[in-house]
Design a protein around this ligand. Structure first.
Ligand code: DP6
Length: 320
């Protein structure tokens, strides 16, 4: 009745921003991401009839805040008529700060819960459950370069290139460790309801996705860089145009962007992307990683940097 699983966060290069169905948490458009390897979340799930209610411990401290979403996700795995669960989670990176911690958490959760419940589900069915809990989590079930297609009633997710087929490096500049002011869920719903740019965002998403997929399959760094930066800046423009506006950046985010632009002007293979938080993620060829890291380390306001290659999808840990 107990199982442990691990998943890594993923970084979207073509973003998921907007829902087709809020109730079922279905994304309005497709997205494309890379799954990381050195940042991780480990989840242990144990079902027991002896427990009075579900219990969640995050990084060794009891957490009431996340519990309703975690319990709802367990219900999706097993049905509501289930024993109560004790869930323990541990991550080696800051949570809820725009580093996709909910993606790795829900991806690891569904893998552990399904095993602890004695099920034998395939990866796509687990991805659909994780996606219902948090859209980006569906992609962390898979490794390498991952494409999510948004259908009318369901999503499809698959690896389009393995991590070792094109081993890019991601350098994350952490500019603020705190919890973000507006959750991505709330922010994207506000964008859909109030941003005048939201409909163009949706219209252009299939073309961006096609271009990114093509760049990945042909390992065309320049093409991927161009479409990923464009897509990221469009997503943030949608947010800036919302009412009230949603601005996740701080001045350090902009300094990092400038540092990446400077490296690009010197001919280095690097591009940036930014999610629902002030951290900047620079994607580069592995031989550029040290240079990129030291450039971001020296930007004013950067607390620390983290470097990761690309890695595998969510999986059970050996002890289960
Ligand atoms: C900016 O997956 O956190 O990181 O489905 O509401 O939980 P919910 O949203 P979430 O949104 C991720 C937004 C993003 C872009 C992306 O990862 O594609």
């Amino acid at each position: 009745m107990r199982a442990d699983a691990q998943a890594q966060p993923n970084i979207a290069l073509i973003k998921y921003w907007g829902k087709r169905d809020i109730e079922q948490n279905l994304p309005a458009t497709g997205s494309l991401s890379v799954t990381l390897d050195s940042l991780w979340t480990k989840m242990s799930v144990e079902f027991s009839d002896a427990l009075p209610g579900d219990k969640l411990v995050v990084n060794a401290a009891a957490s009431e805040k996340m519990l309703p979403r975690i319990s709802a996700c367990l219900d999706l795995v097993t049905g509501t008529d289930r024993p109560r669960a004790s869930i323990e989670s541990e991550s080696n990176f800051p949570i809820a700060a725009g580093l996709a911690s909910s993606a790795s958490a829900f991806a690891a959760l569904v893998v552990a819960a399904s095993k602890a419940a004695g099920q034998d589900r395939d990866t796509l069915s687990l991805a659909r459950i994780a996606g219902a809990a948090s859209g980006s989590a569906a992609r962390s079930l898979f490794g390498g370069f991952v494409e999510l297609q948004a259908g009318d009633t369901n999503i499809d997710v698959e690896t389009i290139a393995e991590a070792d087929e094109w081993p890019l490096t991601v350098v994350i500049a952490v500019t603020e460790e705190g919890v973000k002011p507006v959750s991505s869920s709330e922010a994207m719903n506000r964008s859909a309801a109030s941003s005048p740019f939201y409909s163009s965002w949706l219209e252009q998403q299939p073309a961006d996705l096609l271009s990114a997929r093509d760049a990945v399959l042909r390992k065309d760094f320049a093409q991927l860089a161009a479409v990923a930066e464009h897509n990221c800046l469009k997503m943030h423009s949608v947010m800036w145009g919302s009412r009230p506006p949603i601005v996740y950046w701080n001045s350090a985010t902009l300094s990092c962007m400038e540092a990446v632009r400077h490296l690009q002007s010197e001919g280095h293979a690097v591009f940036f992307t930014i999610d629902a938080g002030p951290q900047l993620k620079a994607v580069c060829l592995p031989d550029q990683a040290e240079l990129v890291r030291s450039a971001l380390d020296t930007c004013a306001g950067v607390g620390r940097t983290m470097v990761s290659g690309l890695g595998a999808g969510a999986r059970l840990l050996d002890n289960t």
